[in-house]
Design a protein around this ligand. Structure first.
Ligand SMILES: [Zn+2]
Length: 66
């Protein structure tokens, strides 16, 4: 599940529009996503931490709330 940092909309990754090809940042895969509800754009990071072996995910806002 991915949660929009602007409006709180929560849904499967597939529900969000992928704006460009995913890329790698350290051990994360980064996807630039657009929320289908509010149109907010954010980066979704997900990966397995090599230090703890646990899944780590977070989002970073790309633009101020419209
Ligand atoms: Zn949203």
């Amino acid at each position: 599940m991915v949660k929009c940092p602007y409006c709180g909309y929560e849904a499967d990754l597939k529900k969000f529009k992928l704006l460009r090809e995913p890329w790698k940042f350290r051990f994360y895969t980064v996807r630039m996503l657009k929320c289908p509800k509010c149109g907010g754009i954010f980066n979704y990071y997900v990966g397995i931490s090599p230090r703890t072996g646990e899944k780590s995910e977070y989002v970073i806002r790309r633009n101020p709330k419209p």
